[in-house]
Design a protein around this ligand. Structure first.
Ligand code: GUN
Length: 297
């Protein structure tokens, strides 16, 4: 089998076009434009690039955005106070702190400081908890984008064995929750593998749907998957490549050539999951502006 490509670039544009239309209608009704506040701590080049992509997407869909750049010497207390000021600002609909943040700051403390009604990343325990029990919530953008991809290509999850490699709060854990819930989207039997998993291949070889979110190029080879598997590669690692203008290329967690020989569907890197994450952030920011998830009482 030779895999068909899941085109994240094309699909993300569809999502963005639909958000653009919805934003336009929202503003025509007399509302102000949705506003996303991005907070970037430190100088991580990859984070800068991601934030650039997010703010550019805002411009494209008609969402206002502002990026506050803070030095990596900022204390947790100071950062929390900054977040508090955006929580209280009626003109700010969504707040996003780009991760990772410097080691002296605890990510979950910062995430908890964000008003859950403005948590467009869907990382706040209130949103994670509500998602886990099937209540309306902001869903983390990468897992939400993956579900959108599976739906678009009519890839069924119900009753399938979904294997998630990587248990991060950003991707693996929420992905596992969404896929496994029996009364909403997923309805899949779900295995979450992580760095303590003893025999990774034992699990990946049994996957009908394999989602890999580790950040380790080449972790998954063709020998580790079964014929016909659907592969979603969330990995996006910069590898030095002096033949390119930027001096690097982006590489996923799967050995694309050998895995795509056996898979039925596969996401490319770049052009797969990455653009979907950004598109779903636009969707969440509009939901925040409309107060759709948490209507005022
Ligand atoms: N770092 C990597 N992915 C993400 C994401 O989806 N949101 C934020 N805030 N930081 C990230």
């Amino acid at each position: 089998m030779s895999a068909s490509i899941i085109d994240g670039k094309m699909l993300s544009q569809k999502v963005r076009d639909s958000v653009t239309e919805d934003v336009k209608r929202w503003v025509e009704k007399g509302n102000r434009k949705p506003k996303l506040q991005v907070i970037l701590v430190g100088e991580n080049p990859a984070s800068r690039a991601y934030v650039g992509a997010k703010t550019k997407a805002c411009i494209d869909v008609g969402i206002d955005s502002d990026t506050l750049m803070l030095p990596d010497t900022i204390s947790e207390q100071e950062l929390t106070e900054v977040i508090q000021s955006f929580n209280e600002d009626d003109n700010t609909d969504g707040i996003l702190v780009q991760l990772p943040i410097p080691n002296h700051i605890t990510p979950l403390s910062v995430i908890e400081a964000i008003d859950h009604r403005k948590d467009v990343d869907g990382f706040h325990p209130m949103n994670v908890g509500r998602m886990s029990v099937g209540q309306p919530s902001f869903r983390p953008c990468t897992p939400a984008g993956i579900i959108e991809m599976l739906r678009h290509y009519s890839i069924q999850t119900k009753g399938k064995h979904a294997v998630v490699v990587g248990a991060s709060n950003i991707v693996g854990t929420p992905m596992g929750i969404i896929l496994s819930r029996e009364n909403t989207t997923g309805k899949a039997t779900t295995t979450i593998c992580h760095k303590f998993t003893k025999d990774l291949t034992k699990h990946t070889i049994d996957a009908d749907i394999l989602i890999v979110a580790v950040g380790q190029p080449g972790l998954i080879s063709g020998q580790m998957v079964k014929e016909g598997v659907v592969v979603i590669d969330v990995g996006i690692t910069r590898i030095a490549d002096h033949t390119t203008e930027k001096g690097y290329k982006l590489t996923g967690d799967c050995d694309f050539d050998s895995v795509s020989e056996k898979a039925s569907w596969i996401t490319p890197v770049p052009g797969g999951v990455g653009p979907m994450t950004v598109a779903m952030l636009m969707k969440n920011t509009l939901l925040a502006a409309k107060k759709s998830i948490y209507p005022p009482k």
